[in-house]
Design a protein around this ligand. Structure first.
Ligand code: MLT
Ligand code: MN
Ligand code: ZN
Length: 311
């Protein structure tokens, strides 16, 4: 399994177009040591020339063009090596890139039933995906047992990889109607993705509200975990003047503090743990900050655009 990080920042990217916080201004002026980042996008390849996307970021077009492995090969009937996309929520940052994939390409879209309903019934714009022939194929993403994904041409072969999801709590995006909210289960709003191949397990949870502890068991047993590094502190958006809401109020467990991710992360976890989806205000982005040092000392890595992993 190969995994590539095509984008590693939260919504807005880093720097963010309308932000002049210490990080964004420092990056623009070259006065801090930090790397620009596009909006979070992960891709994994379970077989040569077959790629799946996790989320479809608003920056997807540039991210695909910047990744030679995702280019179509001249003369092959399949248009693109992008075979499917896993949507872990209906957040704008996670689904906006679907519209970049509208060019008559058939692919699989894995999402919970509620996320599928939200995209298909409340947002007619996504019907553009149906003009591919055959249209995109919506697939169930469920937390009830693992499902095998068969990519081999021989029907008797074992599944190429297995996938399942973990409900992470959190809420539906602001654009969901009250009617939708009253009928949709909170279990299906935001999920983490578990991919297994050759006895190796990958856990992807870029949006972790901390509303339940189901993620801890999965993080503890994964070989590679990509997890929510959006905010350093609960008050970060208020302190930087960006919003009156706390990190928790917008669905992100902060890294620091007594109940923060660094404290809660299972101590027995042996796999690599990589923070992803960092907001532009997060001091860990400044490579000379004490917060950057704290997360590295706690054994975490900080995702950057272009990062690659082989399992
Ligand atoms: C989020 O997931 O809440 C957003 O990425 C935060 C943001 O837009 O900055
Ligand atoms: Mn986001
Ligand atoms: Zn900023």
């Amino acid at each position: 399994m190969r995994i590539k990080i095509l984008g590693s920042a939260a919504g807005g990217g880093f720097p963010q177009w309308n932000c002049a916080c210490a990080n964004c201004a420092g990056l623009r002026e070259g006065t801090i040591r930090a790397q620009a980042r596009t909006q979070t996008q992960i891709a994994f390849s379970p077989l040569p020339d077959v790629w799946f996307l996790v989320g479809t970021s608003p920056d997807l077009r540039a991210q695909v063009l910047g990744t030679p492995e995702l280019s179509p090969h001249p003369g092959t009937p399949a248009f693109s090596p992008i075979t499917g996309v896993f949507l872990l929520s209906a957040d704008v940052d996670s689904v906006m890139g679907l519209l970049h994939l509208r060019e008559f390409q058939n692919f699989f879209v894995f999402a919970t039933p509620a996320v599928q309903r939200l995209l298909k019934n409340e947002n007619r714009i996504f019907k553009v995906l149906d003009r591919a022939s055959p249209p995109v194929q919506w697939q169930l993403l469920s937390s009830r047992g693992r499902i095998g994904c068969h990519l081999s041409e021989n029907a008797g072969d074992p599944p190429t990889f297995f996938y399942t999801s973990v409900p992470l709590g959190g809420s539906y995006p602001d654009f969901a109607s009250d009617e939708f909210r009253s009928s949709a289960s909170v279990e299906e709003a935001i999920v983490g993705l578990v991919i297994e191949q050759d006895a190796k397990k990958i856990f992807i949870a870029p949006c972790l509200a901390g509303a339940n502890s189901q993620w801890e068991r999965v993080a503890a047993s994964s070989d590679l975990t990509f997890i929510d590094g959006t905010f350093w502190s609960d008050e970060e958006l208020m302190q930087t003047g960006r919003s009156k809401k706390t990190a928790r109020e917008i669905g992100h467990l902060p890294l620091s503090g007594p109940d923060g991710l660094l404290e809660q992360y299972p101590k027995a976890a042996k796999g690599r743990k990589i923070l992803i989806h960092m907001n532009n205000t997060n001091p860990v982005l400044d490579e000379d900050s004490p917060e950057h040092r704290v997360v590295l000392d706690a054994g975490f890595e900080i995702a950057y655009d272009g990062g690659e992993f082989d399992l």
